[in-house]
Design a protein around this ligand. Structure first.
Ligand SMILES: CC(=O)N[C@H]1[C@@H](OP(=O)(O)OP(=O)(O)OC[C@H]2O[C@@H](n3ccc(=O)[nH]c3=O)[C@H](O)[C@@H]2O)O[C@H](CO)[C@@H](O)[C@@H]1O[C@H](C)C(=O)N[C@@H](C)C(=O)N[C@H](CCC(=O)O)C(=O)O
Ligand SMILES: Nc1ncnc2c1ncn2[C@@H]1O[C@H](COP(=O)(O)OP(=O)(O)OP(=O)(O)O)[C@@H](O)[C@H]1O
Length: 498
């Protein structure tokens, strides 16, 4: 795109711009290359204007920003825009020729359940013979089903990556794409310029207050997805849904808790390895089974079914699709290999990403139903700028709902780990409970909790899910919770043989 055309696409008044081709756009000076437009963002930590000389040396052709700082001259043509993040998204969408317009785009938002719902939805859309891509916390997939990763870990990456991924989806022939939209993404315009067909709302609870300040601000950001979509799939069990009604031109509701809705679940059966229930829906009444544990996955599946039905899936396709779903890495992931050893089966060990008090509460409540023996939980709370207000509630929930809780590290970064553990212990004690042990080293804590558990018990390792790093004050360790847990289980089995 010529630079003048790009300025016109941003509705900027005509100025004397050189006649050069802009081939890409980026907000990150390290990523700028020949022909790129650099968007200088004034962030919370850096001012992108600091890097103008650097991007010039890398071959960038122009800079977009909200105004040059006093006394700074730009060696590159400078386009002044009212909102740099919005311009980043608009230019990215224009350069990729608005790929979302050629796709059926499903956005999923909510505090918990986004990833699981997005994976379920893409699986059901594929079962309905739609070539479907996915962009989620766990990575992104073209319709070929192979999981790929962005260089940095994001639920929703910055607008240029969102738009180029959507373009790639179009190029390989995708019909539909399911995209997780975090509140950060909505607040920072990462998904501006995406043409949404369906917005899915899971539910809202307290999170990310370090960034949004208040729950109301957090809700206001997430609400944008519903406002921008042609139709909304809303959770009738979430009190916030009342404030979302009427925002999208078309609405479909779902309920797993007996509330009035278009898609409802009845006679829910929770087994040690799966769920089954009866669905009442606009497609009729039918029985389904889903090889996942966690009662909340009934709601996630209903949301996915409602979306897929709207995009053309039949009841038969939904039934076979759900039955063949293979789960999401690190979400209620049941460890294999817990067969019988010398007549005693090893405890059931589950790795799950629950890291908020409400999601931990739901995870423990649902596991209690299918646990014959004791229920154990291991949980930490992140440090750095992450919401410190959730530490004590996590301690309270863990000790109230499990028979024994282990408090441990979880990406404490520059916050002293002791401070976090004491906060979690305070939450437990304020609830009048002492059924916890604090073990700072996470690997040691996992070994300890698995060793203590007996046949018939369930051990929930919560908080890290599939994350591949563990951040400490001065080091970042490679991390694989499932592998650490497997080793602990192998030790349990060896001890059982002795
Ligand atoms: C809180 C938050 O989201 N912050 C985002 C914000 O950071 P910021 O305002 O501090 O930006 P900054 O670091 O001051 O940099 C300003 C500008 O200078 C540029 N820069 C900066 C340094 C440099 O060396 N070179 C350079 O070019 C940056 O690219 C940026 O354009 O803008 C940056 C660039 O646009 C983002 O990378 C950054 O995400 C940070 C890394 C982050 O950790 N975000 C997380 C919390 C996040 O977005 N999480 C959600 C999921 C949440 C959930 O539901 O769990 C997600 O969607 O992943
Ligand atoms: N519908 C739901 N309601 C409440 N908790 C849920 C729901 N679905 C999943 N969870 C719990 O929340 C955890 C995170 O689930 P999931 O990854 O699907 O959510 P998410 O919104 O994508 O979270 P994140 O953005 O932090 O990855 C799960 O491991 C599970 O314990």
């Amino acid at each position: 795109m010529r630079l003048q055309a790009l300025a016109a696409a941003l509705n900027l008044p005509p100025t004397d711009l050189p006649d050069v081709e802009a081939v890409g756009v980026t907000h990150n000076a390290d990523w700028a290359g020949p022909g790129d437009v650099f968007v200088a963002i004034r962030g919370a930590r850096f001012d992108g204007h600091t890097f103008i000389q650097k991007v010039k040396e890398s071959g960038a052709v122009a800079v977009l920003g909200e105004g040059l700082p006093d006394g700074v001259a730009s060696p590159l043509p400078y386009l002044c825009v009212p909102d740099a993040r919005a311009a980043l998204a608009d230019v990215a969408a224009a350069l990729e020729q608005h790929p979302s317009r050629a796709l059926r785009v499903v956005g999923v938002t909510g505090t918990d359940g986004k990833t699981t719902t997005a994976w379920l939805t893409r699986h059901l859309l594929r079962a309905a013979n739609l070539n479907t891509g996915l962009l989620s916390t766990v990575g992104y997939e073209l319709p070929d089903g192979e999981l790929r990763h962005f260089p940095a870990h994001f639920t929703t990456p910055e607008a240029p990556q969102v738009q180029s991924t959507l373009r790639e989806m179009v190029t390989v022939g995708a019909d539909a794409v399911v995209l997780e939209a975090s509140s950060h993404a909505l607040a920072l315009d990462r998904v501006r310029g995406v043409d949404w067909d369906v917005a899915v709302w899971t539910h809202l609870s307290r999170e990310h207050l370090d960034f949004h300040g208040t729950v109301e601000n957090y809700f206001a950001e997430k609400r944008k997805l519903v406002e921008r979509a042609r139709s909304a799939v809303l959770n009738a069990d979430d009190p916030w849904t009342a404030q979302l009604t009427g925002l999208a031109p078309r609405e479909i509701t779902y309920s797993a808790e007996g509330n009035r809705a278009d898609w409802t679940a009845h006679d829910i059966q929770e087994g040690a390895n799966g769920l089954s229930w009866r669905v009442t829906s606009p497609l009729g009444d039918f029985e389904v089974s889903l090889p996942m544990i966690g009662r909340f996955n009934v709601a996630n599946a209903l949301a996915g079914m409602a979306v897929a039905a709207q995009l053309g899936a039949t009841a038969e396709q939904l039934v076979t699709g759900l039955a063949s779903f293979r789960g999401v890495p690190g979400r209620m992931e049941l460890l294999p290999g817990d067969g019988s050893v010398s007549g005693s089966a090893a405890p059931r060990v589950i790795v799950d990403f629950a890291h908020t008090p409400p999601s931990l509460e739901k995870a423990l409540a649902t596991l209690r139903t299918t646990t014959a023996g004791k229920l154990w939980v291991l949980i930490g709370s992140a440090g750095g700028p992450r919401d410190p207000g959730k530490r004590a509630p996590l301690g309270e929930v863990a000790t109230r709902l499990a028979d024994h809780a282990v408090f441990t590290e979880e990406d404490h970064r520059d916050t002293p780990l002791d401070t976090i553990l004491r906060e979690m212990e305070r939450g437990a004690r304020e609830g009048g409970r002492e059924n916890f042990t604090s073990i700072p080293d996470r690997a040691e804590a996992i070994r300890w909790i698995v060793e203590k558990a007996k046949s018939g018990d369930t051990v929930l390792l919560a908080g890290k899910g599939p994350e591949d790093t563990l951040e400490r004050a001065d080091e970042t360790l490679a991390w694989d919770e499932v592998a650490v847990a497997r080793r602990a289980l192998a030790e349990w089995q060896m001890a059982a043989r002795r």
